[in-house]
Design a protein around this ligand. Structure first.
Ligand SMILES: [Zn+2]
Ligand SMILES: [Zn+2]
Length: 746
């Protein structure tokens, strides 16, 4: 395809999923400004639509070709490299390119409706003679007063600011403008999400031998990035991975290049932002931050800060992998094993995998870091596809925490009632309270009681829309569904048999908090989960007071599991290690190992070594035993063997199709029909599972069926699935979702 400098035609995708590319003519007056990646307004059917230019053409065979209407924005919005990435993602993730481009560009940029925040600035209109002011003083004393101030201005000031200071009104100012004595000018004012914060500058820390060796390997790859393989940095918790990222980024900047740092949304804490903004303060705009809590305006400004080249480092969650940086030198994916890198709506991409592909396209270095690498990445490293760098020591010779397993079966025999806190954990907490050290208690389940059961007829109070039980939340005294948000009053009697026999079963963080408060009445306790952290500042406040030592015991969900660093925490209690282990998912063991290792990593980050209590009913499960001995290699080997035996990733790719419909029979029929068509289309090299009800059969009022496929040649499998789906008309109320390399099998 030609790329003439003044194209006569363009091939575009419009922002609507019509599953095809369209050609438009370029009027001569616009030809000079149209480029690959430009945003356009084009006629589409009876209306107009926004579109992105994929290619410039000399000719087009399309019939009835129409001219484009306008160019939106000044510069092309997507680089050629990002477009190339989109063209890889669409067939890989089995979705139309329009859908990919939609996630490449934040909505606020795509729609181009929100602009810069503009403010009016005042300045004198040329020289103002004193006689002029005197003349004015007789007729309009207030205008004269204002003019006197304006005359003395050394630089333009905000109109609102000027009026506030002089206590004069807008009308007075307008009058001066009308007389041609003052000028108003509109200027863009940045909306900086971290503008009101002060970041203390830091300099590079000294590195230990392992860190130094790792950094050397990374920076030497900058010499010939086109030949470098992806680097996997496997460093135990507390081994100083972030310091390596920071120094590697510095090297990239010194070479005139830019960098992206991806962190899981949940780890994008003020602490993280501070580390990057504190280290890189070469210019005020050098670090841009992208995450889901930005306002539309802030997102617009951060994005354009990156697009214009003022920001050279982007720190962000998943979608920051698409940050429009030019001259990319380094992409860091921190906590690369994290499931939150997987987007659960179309395009269902995995940001780590997309980052690896982007690095390949941009010819830059990619660095994946983790204390518990994913099986996929570690497997790539052991067979030489990735380069493996190890950090086995904590910085400053800190000790790894001591892991103690508490067998809840024995506890139960001794105490009868299902203990939330075992005797051993209780006395460990008491000991820390006495020594004025801090404790973290972890349970990955919110609420007070996890279900309400009838002891007479055995019926549970289930969500009417989903096939799960409702959770009792004591602070609001209501039942809640954690999947669809349905809430209900607590029934007095059993809704099915009418007996007064309802009992609360299971427990969540709310009950742990209540139990701890009961056992240790004088301790300062705080809970941190999605229920208690509804306000944006609550999270920051809680972390601040925990750091300041105003909280003795912090109870929480995964919100507290990741990346937090508190030197005075010497005890971590994992209330129930079995929660993740028994989910019907081939990654259950991997997740448990990762979670235990990560949570345990919160203990003993200071001078005093930490202690971790893991409460479990399955003390001999491999994930728990390997985590206990900090034995990643041992765990990896046995897990890999299991995956190979069962044909699961990393040995085979998987595609999961979910069919949903409010009518069970129709969902089932559609799933079975699709499965039959797939059987005809797929060759014998692919494994095709039966159409089965999903483990979570009903969700938000929809019945769900699954079809799981596995195979080596993922691009081919993806294409065959797409072709099969395109030929099959589904009833209107049936929705089909295709998930390539799925993370959620529920
Ligand atoms: Zn009953
Ligand atoms: Zn529900």
């Amino acid at each position: 395809m030609l790329s003439p400098s003044e194209p006569r035609y363009v091939r575009v995708v419009i922002d609507r999923a019509i599953h095809r590319e369209l050609d438009y003519a370029v009027p001569e007056t616009l030809a000079e400004r149209v480029n690959i990646g430009s945003r356009l307004r084009v006629p589409f059917r009876e209306k107009s639509a926004l579109a992105t230019v994929l290619a410039l053409l000399d000719q087009s065979d399309a019939k009835g070709i129409r001219p484009i209407e306008a160019i939106v924005g000044e510069a092309p919005i997507l680089t050629e490299q990002l477009l190339e990435l989109a063209k890889w993602m669409a067939p890989y993730y089995c979705c139309p390119i329009e859908t990919v481009i939609r996630s490449l560009l934040p909505q606020v940029v795509r729609k181009a409706e929100v602009g810069w925040k503009k403010q009016l600035f005042v300045q004198p209109a040329g020289e103002i003679a004193s006689e002029e002011i005197e003349k004015l003083r007789r007729r309009a004393p207030r205008q004269a007063e204002l003019l006197e101030v304006i005359k003395r201005l050394e630089q333009p000031v905000r109109a609102t600011e000027l009026l506030r200071q002089t206590a004069l009104d807008n009308q007075t100012l307008r009058a001066l403008v009308k007389r041609g004595l003052a000028q108003l000018r509109e200027e863009a004012v940045p909306r900086d999400p971290h503008g009101d914060e002060q970041f203390v500058g830091t300099t590079s820390l000294g590195l230990n031998r392992e860190q130094e060796a790792a950094l050397r390997e990374i920076t030497s790859a900058f010499g010939s990035p086109e030949n470098a393989s992806p680097i996997l940095l496997h460093g135990v918790t507390g081994s100083g991975k972030t310091e390596i990222y920071l120094q590697a980024i510095r090297s990239a900047l010194d070479l005139g290049r830019t960098a992206i740092v991806l962190v899981p949304e949940i780890s994008l804490t003020p602490q993280t932002v501070e580390r990057f903004k504190g280290r890189f303060n070469d210019s005020p705009d050098i670090v841009a931050v992208l995450h889901s809590h930005l306002s539309e305006g802030e997102r617009h400004d951060e994005w354009h800060k990156i697009h214009s080249g003022r920001a050279r480092i982007v720190v962000g969650a998943r979608s920051a992998v698409f940050a429009p940086l030019q001259n990319l030198g380094l992409i860091v994916v921190d906590e690369e094993h994290e499931g939150t890198y997987k987007q659960e709506e179309a395009p269902r991409y995995h940001a780590r995998d997309v980052a690896v592909m982007r690095a390949k396209i941009e010819k830059c270095i990619i660095l994946l870091g983790s204390a518990t690498p994913s099986l996929e990445s570690y497997h790539n490293a052991t067979r030489g596809k990735y380069r493996l760098l190890n950090l086995t020591q904590r910085v400053d010779e800190g000790q790894m925490p001591l892991m103690r397993i508490v067998d809840l079966r024995q506890e139960r025999r001794r105490e009868k009632a299902a203990a939330i806190l075992s005797e051993k954990l209780r006395s460990a907490i008491a000991d820390r309270l006495e020594k004025r050290e801090q404790t973290i208690l972890f349970l990955n389940r919110r609420g007070f009681s996890t279900s309400l059961l009838c002891s007479n007829c055995g019926q549970a109070c289930d969500c009417p829309n989903c096939s799960v039980g409702l959770t009792f939340h004591r602070h609001v005294a209501r039942l809640n569904c954690h999947l669809c948000g349905h809430t209900a009053a607590v029934p007095k009697k059993c809704p099915s048999c009418g007996q007064d026999a309802l009992i609360y079963v299971g427990f969540g963080t709310e009950k742990v908090e209540a139990t701890v408060a009961h056992l240790f009445p004088s301790a300062a306790i705080r809970r941190m989960d999605a229920d208690s952290m509804t306000r944006k500042e609550a999270y920051r406040e809680t972390l601040r007071s925990f750091r300041a030592g105003q909280i003795d015991i912090l109870v929480g969900t995964q919100m507290i599991a990741k990346g937090l660093h508190f030197p005075n925490v010497t005890l971590v209690g994992i209330i129930n290690a079995d929660l993740a282990l028994h989910l019907p998912d081939f990654r259950a063991g991997e997740r448990t190992f990762q979670l235990l290792t990560q949570v345990a990593g919160r203990a003993g980050r200071g001078e005093t070594p930490g202690e971790v209590f893991v409460q479990t009913y399955t003390p001999f499960s491999p994930s728990i035993q390997f985590a206990r001995h900090h034995d990643f290699a041992g765990y990896f080997e046995q897990e890999l063997e299991f995956r190979e035996r069962c044909d699961f990733p990393p040995f085979k790719h998987a595609i999961l199709i979910t069919i949903r419909c409010p009518h069970e029979a129709r969902a089932k029929l559609s799933a079975e029909t699709l499965r039959r068509r797939l059987k005809e289309a797929l060759g014998p090299e692919f494994t095709l599972g039966e159409a089965t009800p999903a483990p979570l059969e009903k969700l938000q009022g929809q019945f769900r069926f699954h079809i799981l496929m596995r195979g080596q040649a993922i691009m081919r499998l993806s294409r065959l699935v797409r072709a099969t789906l395109d030929k099959l008309p589904f009833p209107e109320d049936v929705a089909v979702a295709v998930d390539v390399d799925p993370y959620q099998l529920l």
